[in-house]
Design a protein around this ligand. Structure first.
Ligand code: C2E
Ligand code: MG
Ligand code: MG
Length: 706
């Protein structure tokens, strides 16, 4: 027999409200689920707990409002305890949902497990909520509808999880829109489950609700729904504000990070090559030394200085020079192993820090590889240049403490360079002593240049081949150091070159030389003066101007002035020398190649240079009496020079035998201790005019060769 049932109807607007509450709760839940993923653990737990409360209350309240939508012919009320239990169930379900949603990845196991747990939770909440109505007779349940409601709950949970994980990959406004859609779908799932569940329930006619005096009434329903909406809104607002702050903080952190990197780049990188600079290198050395002490391994610092870079830079322009430096930086970096550090520490100076599993043999091999790499030609535009480098090596711990490594590698580099370049040299203690002394010397030299008085030009006569005529003098710089006494130019000229004092020093010599020539002329002596030029002076932009000015100021005939440039120096940058010689030749001064035989001039090159004299290096003159080779060389040089229309001077003539051989070989002029050492200008005039030592020497102002 069929029991007659109550006809249940629903108030549509209340149904809509219940659906909106479910959707709103879903929206808040989706938003919170993202929050739960924050790094801070406490904060994450906070969001999880808060989110579960808000979502749970939302679902629970939806159920409550959904019940209000139903019109029943009897007063309805809910039992306190069971209602509270249903709320707890809702919160627990929400906690599970948020937990699953906050995982990194949605695995199939998580999806299945999560949606079944959530679905079961939602059903538990719903049916507990129904049980809070103490009905007489009991509610009749239709099994298919109950199963359907369970299916809807589990299905809606699965869809919600899928949507959530899909959403997480979206960004910007699209993500926001989809979040809204997802919330509406999830809301439909939750309310759909509720109304399916309600369809499963039938109330027999004449049913009574025994719990009518407990929780109930329309007023309470309204209160619950308003309170829920307020709770959800507040949670939502907190979430939005937090998101704002978090994204602001993120932007701030990102821009800070960027500024920091840029600053680091500025502070620790060389702008031209992008390599670490000295600051960063020092830091790396410090760390490497610590490791080396700990592990007992060796370290090597290689100081690499390019040979011949400056002339390239000067003659092809800085654009090309920069390109060359970048290219060299790259080659160095490619020779270095990943554990090594390459840095640029000066114009054309680089350093390498080699670490790990090293010995001197391996280090020497790497140094040689660096030389091989850097001596390959560099092409850019229509230019092709071939540079080289000198390398100094200091090892840790054998070559000094951490703060001495660079200085010692530098000293070793300098030794390699002085030895002719294109080579590496391991540090030796005596090199260091040299460096300290050089620094002291340059300091004193600076002072000498400022104060004057310590520097003087001495003059050494050059005599005609017969040995009886003075053909001119060579001006040789002397430094009377207050403590050290006489310092040789062979010592302090390289110091001046190294520390950038050579131009000032050279200018002083030119000025002084011209002034002396004028003074001699006032005494009726026309003496040709030879002045030595350093390569740095040759590259000086205003050299020609300065010389011209000095000649004019002292009213000296340019033809009386001859500049000596060492052969190896003249060859180092052939094009640069060529230009400088051309310009000097134009103002009428003469040019001489000093120490001839020590460099590698080619005949064609000599022909192109505007040179009027070759000075045969002392070493050949010294060997003349003992070595037939030296004799053959001198003979060849004289013939070559004469063929090119140049005169030949032999320097360092100390014995009469040397003089005789040189004369026999048709050397044009002789210079050396046999005739006179370099002497002050005052003595020079006396010597030339009166004493004439050796006896057969006489000064004749009108006689010049070539
Ligand atoms: P240099 O131009 O080849 O000068 C010749 C050097 O040989 C001088 O040494 C001279 O005193 C020395 N000498 C002359 N005759 C003899 C001899 O018979 N036997 C021996 N053993 N030596 C002799 P000094 O004055 O010490 O100069 C050394 C070098 O310093 C010069 O070599 C020159 O390259 C450089 N120098 C000197 N004065 C100047 C200067 O004003 N400017 C520049 N840039 N360099 C200078
Ligand atoms: Mg000379
Ligand atoms: Mg010489």
């Amino acid at each position: 027999m069929d029991t007659p049932f109550i006809d249940v109807s629903y108030a549509p607007w209340v149904v809509v409200v219940s659906y909106l509450i479910a959707s709103f709760a879903s929206y808040v839940a989706l938003d919170l689920a993202k929050r739960v993923r924050v790094q801070d653990r406490l904060l994450s737990i906070g969001w999880w707990a808060g989110g579960s409360l808000a979502l749970g209350t939302g679902i629970w309240s939806m159920h409550f409002v959904g019940m209000l939508a139903m019109s029943l012919p009897f007063a309805v009320g809910y039992g306190y305890v069971v209602t509270a239990l249903s709320w707890v169930a809702a919160v627990v379900v929400s906690a599970i949902a948020l937990y699953v949603a906050s995982r990194n990845r949605l695995t199939t196991a998580r999806l299945v497990g999560g949606s079944i747990t959530m679905g079961a939770g939602i059903c538990a909440m719903h049916y507990t909520g129904m049980a809070a109505m103490d009905m007489v007779p009991g509610i009749r349940w239709s099994t298919p509808w109950v199963l359907a409601s369970v299916a809807v709950a589990v299905g809606a949970s699965a869809v919600a999880l899928l949507i959530f994980f899909w959403l997480r990959r979206q960004t910007g406004w699209a993500a926001r829109r989809w979040e809204l859609v997802a919330a509406l779908v999830l809301g439909a799932g939750i309310s759909g489950m509720h109304y399916t569940g309600m369809a499963a329930a039938s109330f027999p006619l004449g049913s009574l609700c025994l719990s009518e005096n407990e929780l109930g009434g329309d007023g309470l329903g309204l209160l619950v729904s308003v309170a829920t909406v307020v709770l959800l809104t507040m949670t939502m607002l907190t979430s939005v504000i937090d998101a704002r702050m978090q994204s602001k903080a993120e932007v701030l952190a990102a821009s800070l990070q960027k500024a920091n990197t840029e600053l680091q780049q500025l502070a620790f990188r060389d702008a031209l090559t992008g390599l670490p600079n000295r600051l960063l290198f020092d830091d790396r050395v410090a760390l490497a030394v610590e490791r080396s002490v700990r592990d007992g391994t060796l370290l090597a610092v290689l100081f690499v200085d390019l040979d011949g870079f400056k002339p390239v830079n000067d003659s092809f322009g800085h654009g090309f020079g920069d390109m060359v430096l970048r290219e060299m930086a790259q080659r160095l970096a490619s020779v270095a192993r990943t554990t090594d550090t390459v840095a640029r520490v000066g114009g054309d100076e680089f350093v390498l820090l080699l670490e790990g599993g090293l010995d001197t043999t391996a280090t020497a091999q790497i140094a040689q590889r660096v030389i091989d790499a850097l001596t390959q030609p560099v092409t850019g535009g229509e230019h092709e240049v071939r540079l080289s480098c000198s390398i100094g090596i200091a090892m840790y711990p054998s070559d000094g403490a951490r703060d001495q490594l660079m200085a010692n590698a530098d000293a070793a580099m300098y030794a390699a360079k002085r030895g002719g370049g294109t080579a590496y040299a391991f540090f030796e203690p005596h090199m260091n002593a040299g460096i300290r002394e050089q620094i002291e010397l340059q300091h004193d030299l600076r002072r000498a240049l400022e104060n004057g008085g310590e520097l003087a030009l001495h003059y050494q006569p050059k005599v005609g081949a017969g040995g009886s005529l003075i053909t001119g003098v060579e001006a040789l710089l002397r430094w009377n150091h207050p403590e050290r006494g006489m310092v040789s130019p062979a010592v302090f000229i390289p110091v001046a070159e190294r520390f950038g004092l050579i131009n000032r020093l050279g200018n002083w010599v030119i000025e002084e030389g011209c002034q002396q020539m004028r003074a001699w002329m006032a005494q009726g002596l026309r003496i040709r003066v030879a002045i030595n030029l350093s390569v740095h002076q040759l590259r000086q932009d205003d050299l020609v101007q300065r010389v011209e000015l000095a000649l004019q100021r002292h009213a000296v005939d340019p033809a009386l002035l001859i500049f000596e440039i060492t052969e190896s120096v003249a060859m180092e940058d052939a094009e640069g020398t060529f230009k400088a010689f051309e310009n000097l030749g134009r103002i009428g001064v003469k040019l001489s190649i000093d120490d001839f035989g020590t460099g590698y001039s080619s005949l064609s090159y000599l022909r192109r240079l505007h040179v009027s004299q070759l000075k045969i290096d002392q070493s050949f003159v010294q060997d003349l009496e003992t070595s037939s080779d030296a004799r053959a060389i001198v003979e060849a040089v004289v013939q070559l020079a004469h063929a090119l229309g140049l005169s030949v001077v032999a320097e360092g003539v100390e014995t009469a035998a040397q003089r005789d051989v040189l004369t026999a070989l048709h050397c044009d002029e002789l210079q050396g201790y046999l005739f006179a050492k370099a002497m002050p200008a005052s003595m020079m005039a006396d010597w030339a005019v009166n004493i004439g030592r050796p006896a057969d020497l006489a000064f004749k102002e009108s006689v010049y060769l070539n």
